[in-house]
Every structure is written in structure tokens, then in C-alpha cells.
Design a protein around this ligand. Structure first.
Ligand code: NCD
Length: 315
């Protein structure tokens, strides 16, 4: 399927070939540099209803590297959302101002709804404005997964055959939902480390088992650290807990330190979508196995490749 004007809502909408073509273009851009003429005259709108540092800034950097400009808000303070404007009306409006919309929203399914709104708009004879999901509630974060897979392949030379541990808040963490769905397309072993109440949701587990993925559940990092090729740490998603007492029971439960890392292979890499709170101690930053800041850097080539494909029809 071509990428021109395609909505990027769920990682499940992509095949392994689709992902490989994004990685190929991202690699080319990293090696050969960005062509500032590629998206000249295009405008990307960034609607961030929730806090963001990496996703918003790397999308903006990516757009600008290809010559596109951006219009955006970061937080609803100062927007008409404060006056009670619905998501539908905001999207209907912004679709007039931009060639693509990147949206981050606290509600699961908000990006799918936004994509439906611009599709209906196109049915009325307007131009289709593709919607890119920058994270919807606790549901998905597909562009994060694209850069995560790119990072895994970059750091290990492959994705197939690896043992990948995911640690922390696997219930509310949208990055690990999308990542697990994507890994179901590869031939990996998955190790899920979380307290029982924050384990991976059943819909993800049953998908993995339907794909025949070897996946085991754990409560301690020590159980998997020796065999992992990738240790994907996550933040406990405080803002998603219905009750603060529940959060207080699990906060600070996992903390990766130099000592915990000792049994890990020298080739193992620690990833984290960031922001980190206290789940990776800062002395791990100087360990050769830490890879999370390099991972964050990969947001620019991946998002530039995506924008080039969606807005420029580049392949
Ligand atoms: C993540 C998110 O927003 O889901 N951040 C990111 O985009 N890199 C992870 C998090 O907030 O914990």
C-alpha cells in the first residue's frame, strides 16, 4: 500500500514490508542528509493535548529539516478547547490550515476519530488530510514503535531472533502496546516484567499467542536480565491511574542500576521511550549498554521519513 495521504493510527495497520520501507528511507536520510526542498510548501499541524518533549520536538525538527513549516499547540491552555470546543470541530478547522495533522490526546481512540473526521471531510470533496497518532491515551503510540524497531535493528543488527524484555507499566504504557503488536510480526522472544496489576492487557497477550510468539510473564528484572538482548524500561504512567493510592503501591518498584545490570550481556542495550522518573538510575547513562538517548535521537530520521512518505509520496 502506498503511503501518500495515509493515516498513521495503529501499528497494526502496517506490514513488516511497510516498516522496512520507512526504515530504509530513514537510513538514507541519516546517511545522505535531509533535502530541504522535499516538503517545501507543505504545512504540518501538531495538536498536543498532552505533555510531550520528544514526540513534538522531533516531529517539528523532522518537518523543518525537509522544508515544511508547522503550526501547533502544546497543551490546551490557550486554545478553544478551554471554551468547550469538541475534537471534531478542532480537527475540521485545522484541516483547513495544514497538509497533515499530528495529534496526541488523552483519550484512547482519539487519533482514529480524528482520521475518520478528515476522511469524511474528503468525502465532501475537500482534500484528505492524513492524521498521525502521536499517542492516544493508554492505547497506542505507533511512531514511537517505528523508532523503537529502528533502534533495535541499529543496535543489534537485526530484530528477528532477539530476546526482548519490557519492564514496568505494561498496562497503561501505550509504547509497549504498539511495540508488542509490532514484534508479533518478527520472530522474537518476549519477556514481560511487571507487577500483576500492571501486566500487559489480555488483548495484546492473546494477539502474541495467536502469532505463536514465545512470551513469558515475570515480576523481577533479575529473572530475565541475563538472556535479554534489549531491556525496554518504561515509566509508571501516574496520570493514567484512576486512584492515587494504587499508584503509590507500585511507584519506584523497578529501578535499573549498575548492579542490576551486572549479569547482562555486553551486547545488551537498555532502551526507554523517556521521560524517565526513577526507573533507571543515572549512573546507568554512562554504561556502554545504555541506548535511550540515541533512541530518542532516532525520532528525527524516522519521523522525517514518515512525513516524506505521507506528504511527499516519496518511497
Ligand atoms: C511516552 C508516551 O508519551 O507515551 N513518551 C514518548 O512519547 N517518548 C512514554 C511516557 O510518557 O512514559
Amino acid at each position: 500500500m502506498g503511503f501518500m495521504n495515509r493515516d498513521i493510527v495503529s501499528i497494526r495497520d502496517f506490514t513488516r514490508d511497510d516498516l522496512e520501507s520507512i526504515f530504509g528511507l530513514a537510513r538514507r536520510m541519516e546517511n545522505e542528509g535531509y533535502d530541504r526542498g522535499m516538503l517545501r510548501g507543505k504545512r504540518v499541524s501538531l495538536l498536543f493535548y498532552e505533555p510531550s518533549t520528544r514526540t513534538r520536538l522531533s516531529f517539528q525538527a523532522a518537518a523543518q529539516s525537509l522544508g515544511a513549516d508547522t503550526v501547533w499547540f502544546a497543551g490546551v491552555e490557550g486554545t478553544s478547547v478551554m471554551k468547550g470546543e469538541t475534537l471534531k470541530d478542532t480537527i475540521e478547522t485545522v484541516a483547513n490550515y495544514a497538509d497533515a495533522i499530528v495529534i496526541r490526546h488523552p483519550y484512547d481512540g482519539a487519533a482514529r476519530w480524528a482520521a475518520e473526521i478528515t476522511t469524511r471531510r474528503a468525502a465532501r470533496g475537500e482534500k484528505k488530510v492524513p492524521v498521525i497518532n502521536g499517542g492516544d491515551g493508554r492505547n497506542e503510540h505507533p511512531t514511537q514503535t517505528m523508532l523503537d524497531l529502528y533502534t533495535i535493528a541499529q543496535s543489534q543488527g537485526r530484530i528477528d531472533g532477539l530476546t526482548i524484555g519490557m519492564v514496568g507499566d505494561l498496562k497503561y504504557g501505550r509504547t509497549v502496546h504498539s511495540l508488542a503488536y509490532a514484534l508479533g510480526m518478527y520472530n522474537c522472544r518476549i519477556r514481560l516484567v511487571a507487577p500483576d496489576q500492571l501486566q500487559m492487557p489480555p488483548h495484546v497477550l492473546s494477539y502474541l499467542s495467536s502469532r505463536g510468539v514465545e512470551c513469558t510473564l515475570h515480576t523481577s528484572i533479575d529473572e530475565i536480565i541475563g538472556e535479554a538482548d534489549i531491556l525496554y524500561m518504561t515509566r509508571i504512567q501516574k496520570e493514567r491511574f484512576p486512584d492515587e493510592n494504587e499508584y503509590n503501591r507500585v511507584r519506584g518498584l523497578y529501578r535499573l542500576t549498575r548492579k542490576t545490570l551486572q549479569p547482562a550481556k555486553p551486547s545488551m542495550r537498555v532502551m526507554h521511550p523517556l521521560p524517565r522518573v526513577d526507573e533507571i538510575s543515572i549512573d546507568v547513562d554512562d554504561d556502554a549498554r545504555s541506548y535511550y538517548f540515541k533512541q530518542a535521537g532516532n525520532g528525527v530520521p524516522i519521523r522525517a521519513a514518515l512525513l516524506a512518505m505521507v506528504l511527499g509520496g516519496i518511497s
